[in-house]
Ligand binder design. Structure first.
Ligand code: ZN
Length: 521
């Protein structure tokens, strides 16, 4: 396997902290030697990577695509790209396997394992991952049509990583069946089922709450007791599919439970109007008008009143053929979209720890910069006093004196301002990163829960105005950093995100020093 060696340093202020090209070259050459990497060619670039169009970088990628090399050795990932186009190209080639390995002094990136990490280190937003997310969803619909539920296994089943199907969980399936039987007798509440599960060891995982190991919520019990998957059918994207998994319940037992639910008064709350989720959240995929929620009241002859929530296109601009969708069906889809972007257990803690580490690093870098600026100010003051001496000695003209003094004062003012900015904002860039991690951390819980406002706000954060509804199917392309989470999660449901994102050296300067400099310049 051949490698290309790539070194880059620009005169950009972001690159101030980066090793010189000569040092990069000598470090990388010895790294290649140590790791026995065969270097086929070296590329040196003295240009910024903020915009696409670096000649040597482009030449390198072309030659990689021709098969001349399968790996890259570089100082850090941010040497390869600092704009979404180039980052996307590198990530894509790596994922495809055209690039099989990127080696930096700190770590290795391989095609199979580092998509999320690369996305994070590269700055998170690239068009290619949006396209991939869309294709992934299309694949999931195909899967549903074949009768395979395209999602994580519910309680009583386990994901079979080999067949990608849902196998019956020999230990828990009988407990689920038993729960149905208990509830069908009509004497139990959801809390009783939750305690039954708790006693049998079915408890909350630490993903769905702090710590985990607690009793299930009423809603979670209800979701199990109304889940048609257990007798063989499942709903996906608003459609019912006949599953190919093994049912663990008879339809008859399921129906008895539904009757018991009605008797105990747990059907959709009839007294109150169902709460609508929309309000500008979704647009119609056909005509682009906004989707609205509306409650339809149905009165039966026997006097019962049912209220159903439907979502439909407002059709304000022009005729549109889209029909309405039941509230529950849409909410299930939206919850699934949210759940798809929830990171795995432990990920958030690791990321926050890395952010803390970066904060310390950034603090140190800022301190150093402030020390240098203070020294510069002292130098300016000295020059000013020498200049004044010259003037007093009448060695220079008044005009020349004033002009040079103005220049020195202006230089001093800039340095002072820069110190002020560094003192205030050295780590300001970490705040949005932390908020993002915390949002991601909450996502699984929000997706599973019933809090409509939280769901709406999470959907808006992830999808912005990209959510559409067409043919009763909600679609959304996640924006910015969320693309990477959703994408990795679904391409590799068994991938351990923690393992792929833990970088013992902390987050790369793409997200740290770079942004610090940006916010101060
Ligand atoms: Zn429409």
């Amino acid at each position: 396997m051949n490698y290309f060696l790539y070194a880059r340093k620009s005169t950009d202020v972001e690159d101030k902290q980066v090793l010189s090209i000569e040092s990069q070259l000598s470090e990388l050459r010895s790294l290649a030697k140590r790791e026995s990497l065969e270097i086929a060619a070296e590329f040196v670039e003295k240009q910024s990577a903020k915009t696409p169009g670096r000649p040597h970088f482009n030449e390198m990628l072309t030659r990689i695509q021709r098969g001349e090399a399968q790996g890259i050795v570089c100082w850090k990932l941010d040497r390869l790209g600092r704009n979404p186009v180039d980052n996307g190209q590198v990530s894509w080639l790596l994922q495809e396997g055209t690039i099989q390995h990127i080696q930096t002094p700190e770590r290795s990136y391989y095609s199979k394992d580092s998509v999320l990490l690369m996305a994070v280190e590269f700055g998170m937003a690239t068009q290619y991952s949006r396209d991939l997310a869309y294709n992934t969803k299309r694949g999931l619909r195909e899967k549903a049509r074949r009768g395979e539920y395209p999602g994580p296994a519910r309680i009583g089943y386990i994901n079979n990583p080999r067949t990608k199907r849902h196998d019956v969980d020999r230990r828990k399936a009988p407990l689920v069946v038993r729960a149905f039987e208990i509830y069908a007798e009509g004497q139990s509440r959801f809390e009783d089922i939750a305690s039954f599960f708790y006693e049998k060891g079915i408890r909350t995982g630490s993903r769905s709450g702090s710590g985990g190991g607690k009793s299930w919520s009423k809603n979670r019990v209800k979701r199990v007791l109304t889940d048609t998957f257990y007798y063989g059918d499942f709903e996906y994207a608003g459609e019912i599919h006949k599953g190919t998994h093994s049912p663990i319940l008879s339809k008859q037992l399921f129906d008895r439970v539904q009757t018991a639910l009605l008797k105990r008064g747990h059907p959709q709350k009839a007294k109150k109007d169902p709460q609508a989720l929309c309000g500008g959240l979704l647009r119609c995929g056909e005509c682009g008008c906004s989707i609205t929620g509306e409650v339809i009241v149905k009165r039966q002859k026997n006097g019962n009143v049912h209220r159903y929530l439907y979502y439909r296109c407002t059709k304000k601009r022009r005729p549109c053929s889209q029909g309405a969708i039941r509230g529950e069906a849409l909410e299930i889809q939206l919850s699934a979209l949210l759940a798809r972007h929830a990171p795995s257990q432990g990920w958030a803690e690791q990321m926050l720890a890395l952010a803390d580490k970066d904060e310390q690093e950034a603090g140190k870098v800022a301190e150093r910069a402030i020390r240098e600026l203070r020294a510069a100010i002292a130098g300016i003051d000295e020059k000013t006093s020498r200049l004044t001496d010259l003037y007093v000695e009448q060695d220079i003209e008044r005009d020349a004196y004033l002009q040079r003094k103005r220049a020195l004062m202006s230089e001093r003012r800039s340095a002072e301002e820069q110190i002020g900015r560094l003192e205030r904002n050295a780590t300001a860039w970490l705040q949005p990163l932390r908020e993002w991690i915390r949002d991601a951390q909450m996502l699984d819980e929000i997706a599973k829960g019933d809090n409509i406002p939280s769901k709406k706000s999470s959907l808006q954060k992830i999808f912005g105005s990209n959510l559409t509804l067409q043919a009763r199917e909600a679609r959304g392309a996640a924006q910015n950093q969320w693309t990477s989470l959703g994408e990795v999660h679904w391409k590799n449901p068994n991938l351990d995100l923690v393992a792929t994102t833990v970088d013992p050296t902390g987050l790369e300067p793409v997200t740290s020093t770079l942004q610090m400099w940006r916010s101060t310049n």
